[in-house]
Design a protein around this ligand. Sequence first.
Ligand SMILES: Nc1nc2c(ncn2[C@@H]2O[C@H](COP(=O)(O)OP(=O)(O)OP(=O)(O)O)[C@@H](O)[C@H]2O)c(=O)[nH]1
Ligand SMILES: [Mg+2]
Length: 346
Amino acid sequence: MVWASTEAVIINPDGSEQPLVPRTAQEDHTQFAARSMRAVRVCPGPGDRHYVPYQYGDYGEPIIIGLIGESTVGKTLLLTAMLGRLQNAPWLDSIGVQMRPLDAALHQRFAATHLEPFLKRRAVLDATPLHQSSVEFTYATTLHHRDGRPPVAIAFFDVSGDRLRDPGPHNAFLSAVNALIFVVDSTTIRSAGEQGRAETGDSTFELVIDQLNRKYQYLDQQFPDPFIPIPAAIVVGKADRLTYDRDEPTKRWFGVGDDDLELSTISEESADVYAFLASRGGGAYLKPALRLAPVTLHYASATNCQSADGFFPSRSFRQRRVLKPLLSLLVMKGVLDAGQLGQLHG
Ligand SMILES: Nc1nc2c(ncn2[C@@H]2O[C@H](COP(=O)(O)OP(=O)(O)OP(=O)(O)O)[C@@H](O)[C@H]2O)c(=O)[nH]1
Ligand SMILES: [Mg+2]
């Protein structure tokens, strides 16, 4: 796709559009940057007319991450917690990596609606609206390597769980995603020793896999029963709500300190989370691991506690193990080096 020739427009405060006039000979780059700050590109993909940040196409093949899960499973708080950790990550600099927002306006909006209320004021965020503004990304960042490797854009789609359940043209972003985070609400999982609770699962996991099966059906003609080549992380979120026996692996991962940068233990953790879900009536949550590859599994909590009257209590509010699933995805996408992160941890 030739991004430079994709239609660019400025969206006025009243919602009307005006074409972005290309940089003129009299204008320097700073003047043009100021004038194009509110510019977007009209996405040439399928579905209703929608937009992507203007600078998006200046990078190579972007990483497009979708968060999947029914309403209230914790997608938005998990994403906000992840991005909060990424913003304040001096350790990234020490491995020669920098994250910079892709688009200043998108960053300001996300900071005002998500980072500031949730992480600074500990406020519960509203459910993601069914219909969001015309710029579809929830957030987008760029990753720069000091060693001269080309920078990469990383975009996140976090839509309402109810919208994900409704298969239709408004979920067109699913045809563009190339990495996924599936969020499991741990409050739906049987507690240790509990009998009789029905098997649980998530209808949006199935809908998304169905959609990807259709997109990748050509693979069936080449290989018997192929995996879909989309890396995914299955995250057992709200892990602060889990009950576990003293000797259970859950305690090993979630009962101790944070190990966000220790990626060498990911396959061990994945095996434990897999066994945990399978043995507690959550086998249906494992479907992404049976169809997509590679897949890693994690425990995380965006809050470490329950909210009361719209806020999370300051005493226990913190983000636990939220970055590891995202770093694991970036390693699987080939833009971060697990070894470097491991050294940092050691
Ligand atoms: N205890 C606990 N509660 C959580 C955690 N994360 C989310 N919650 C609770 O779950 C509620 C829903 O979280 P959201 O992140 O808004 O859920 P969502 O999946 O984005 O929901 P939709 O936007 O409706 O699709 C929050 O308001 C919190 O009360 C967590 O890590 N621990
Ligand atoms: Mg949400």
